[in-house]
Design a binder for this molecule. Sequence first.
Ligand code: FAD
Ligand code: DHB
Length: 390
Amino acid sequence: MRTQVGIIGAGPAGLLLSRMLAVQGIESVVLENRSRDYVEARIRAGILEQHTVDTLREVGMGARLDREGLEHDGIYLQYPGTRHKLDFPELCGRNVWIYGQSEVVKDLIAAQLDDGPPLLFEVSDVQPRDVDTDSPSIAFTDADGVAQVLECDVVAGTDGFHGVSRPIVTAATDGQLWERTYPFAWLGILADVAPSTDDLIYAWHPDGFAMHSMRSPSVSRLYIQVDPTEKIEDWSDDRIWEALATRMALPGWELQTGPVTEKSILPMRSFVSSPMRHGRLFLAGDAAHIVPPTGAKGLNLAVADVTLLARALVRLLAEKETDLADAYSDKALARVWRCTHFSWWMTSMLHTHGDDFDAQLQLSQLQRVCTSEAAARELAEMYTGLPVAL
Ligand code: FAD
Ligand code: DHB
């Protein structure tokens, strides 16, 4: 098999990269080790930044998003006694959209299997080779158990945090890794109940953070901060609803409950790996970096990476110029660190961990954001997403 860009991983980063390249006449093949059903069923992020929505529309992926996505003009920040709306268009002229990552992935897979480049599910033993030459390849075993080699000009490592690509880059470049683990996790539920709020609520509470998000007018997505050692079996639905109601309580407001259809505990970490390229192997998305979910940056950062990468690869493969490929890692990492800071800051401001001094600093910071236009604007600009500077 031969193609121009061999893409490892059919998450949002890999699928969107393949789509962006196809639109610009560059061939690719996507190799995914899971099944289509598994990839489409993974419940993950839910907030799309303005640039993510613009990008999806530009590559013809906006139809269902425009029909079913929920455009939101702000979020509520809450601490005891106060629920304050940050109005994004007023503060920074941009909005965000609620449209689940699973829906983005379903749309991209459907388009790819319809008339897009090849997408192979359930492959195994995926191994990039010769990435320090101009003719790299990817060895893998296909779904029928047959050993294959995909020859290509470039390999894109969009295989997530546990993928095979990053270790190759790190080993070959003597690369650097930075990591921060947090002393808390999120317990997330999906529930068949209409959201009890018009916009997302991010709530500080002495018992811990709570958040109210949604997926549609009849499906709510809610999270509570828990200790990372907690077991999901110890959290009955009633216990979760009680914690949510306590932490988001406000006079005159009531949390509606309904059947819980999914629940899980997500660990939280920040992680950045540099550089994001070795030779002809380029990393994008969670393969190179992880942010804690507070502030909803993970999926959007993956989209920003592949926007830069697609441009660099078109330049490299169609125009035979190496400048953008050479600049890719530094350019992507500048945005990664900005979003890593924002996610760390939102996480640090909103999660309690038993230190009374820190709790007072958190409340002081929340009050500042809710009373200073300058502080609110900074949050709004980062939350709605910086434009991707190509
Ligand atoms: P992924 O989505 O991880 O895709 C990588 C793909 O590569 C996967 O399909 C994987 O199966 C495949 N793969 C891995 N190894 C191989 C291999 N060896 N060969 C072939 N294929 C391989 N972000 C938010 O902003 N808000 C949230 O609420 C949020 N919740 C999350 C909840 C969970 C449980 C997780 C794990 C992440 C969450 N994130 C959230 C982060 C967000 O989902 C990710 O940032 C996003 O999925 C990144 O996309 P990606 O394509 O880079 O990686
Ligand atoms: C969602 C997840 C986030 O991390 C966030 O900050 C906002 C919303 C969500 O899953 O809907």
